[in-house]
Design a protein around this ligand. Structure first.
Ligand SMILES: *[C@@H]1O[C@H](CO)[C@@H](O)[C@H](O)[C@H]1NC(C)=O
Length: 349
């Protein structure tokens, strides 16, 4: 009797152990697969594909904003593609779907958080670092700017005219000192489309870039800035990202002879100014500029530049070099390399 009972208990225990091993494993497997799918929606696409594709129905549209951006961005946001040697760094081409990158409402969205994200989410690391090719440092800012009034909300006509005069004399300090201002002025002399052109300036809190562009002979300046600015200068118009997008889509924006941007787009997609995290924010900003530039027009760009030692300094800015510059300026032809610590480069379309 005693022995039989022991056997019975042992048998029950054995069944329980087997059940415990088998059943939860199945359950756990399912749960963990689901987790993988969710986590990988905007993470490493290769991992998501190899692990999860068989279980997903075919032809599903992505629902995550960053996956939707990636889809609309196409080749442009695939920074693993090879370039070909160019005069200053590699040249990269991509099919840019202009309609898609303007139609996408997520590109310009705000992060909607009380504070800008302090670190890069794990699943975005691969994209931000271009598959670990770009080192990350940290320097944090939390300057809510998107959708708010810009730092100098009124640009007076006299203020801009005074700056044009001091630019002519080589004395305009701008935001970064006379040396950088003069580096920009030098590059503008080499940029097709500036003289008598309709020129778009991307992002400037103060109209020093606009003053340089007018000094160089532009007919009209159109400033695209996160915050709304009121310009009283008859040749300077301003626009916020939402209207820029809407006017492109309803065909009232028109095209530009030249684009000029200095120390601005390197912040795009880092959250610092209230924008949502977007690893391709800078690349898409310059691609949209490409979309609205006339053939033969130009892009003049000054960004923090270090050919061999570029990095991402989250969330302050990006430094550009041989690795990311080719993707930043996708499709643009390298035309002139100027001066400055934010070394000014000119490209043509
Ligand atoms: C085009 O879009 C802009 C910006 O939203 C708007 O102000 C304008 O009225 C629109 N024009 C037409 C013709 O729809």
């Amino acid at each position: 009797m005693e022995l039989k009972r022991k056997y019975a208990i042992a048998a029950v225990l054995l069944v329980l152990i087997i059940a415990w091993i088998l059943i939860p494993n199945n359950v756990l497997q399912t749960v963990s697969d689901k987790t993988t799918v969710v986590l990988n929606v905007f993470g490493n696409r290769k991992a998501a594909t190899s692990k999860s594709t068989p279980k997903l129905p075919l032809n599903t549209s992505p629902t995550d904003p960053l996956e939707i951006i990636r889809r609309d961005c196409g080749q442009l946001c695939d920074t693993s593609r090879k370039g070909s040697p160019g005069p200053y760094f590699d040249h990269v081409n991509a099919d840019i779907n202009c309609q898609a990158i303007f139609r996408n409402q997520y590109v310009d969205r705000g992060h909607e958080l009380p504070h800008a994200p302090k670190s890069i989410p794990k699943n975005l690391m691969i994209e931000y670092t271009m598959n670990n090719r770009i080192p990350v440092k940290y320097w944090y800012f939390d300057s809510q700017y998107l959708g708010k009034t810009a730092r100098s909300p009124v640009w007076t006509e006299k203020g801009i005219e005074d700056w044009i005069i001091s630019a002519k004399q080589g004395k305009l300090r701008g935001n970064y000192g006379a040396g950088e201002t003069n580096a920009l002025r030098d590059a503008l002399k080499h940029a097709p489309g500036i003289v008598d052109g309709r020129v778009m300036v991307i992002g400037s809190e103060n109209p020093w870039v606009e003053a340089c562009v007018l000094e160089a002979g532009a007919r009209e300046v159109f400033t695209l800035e996160y915050g709304s600015i009121k310009s009283e200068h008859p040749k300077v118009k301003t626009i916020v990202p939402l209207d820029f997008r809407m006017r492109y889509l309803n065909n009232t924006l028109g095209t530009f002879d030249a684009i000029v941007t200095f120390s601005s787009i390197e912040h795009s997609g880092l959250g610092r100014y209230g924008d949502a995290l977007n690893p391709w924010g800078d690349i898409i900003a310059i691609a949209r500029a490409w979309c609205v530039t006339k053939p033969g027009g130009s892009l003049t760009i000054g960004v923090q530049y270090n050919y061999d030692h570029e990095y991402l300094r989250f969330n302050a800015d990006r430094w550009y070099g041989k690795i990311r510059y080719p993707y930043l300026t996708t499709n643009w032809k390298q035309h002139y390399r100027g001066k400055g610590s934010q070394r000014v480069h000119v490209f043509t379309k």
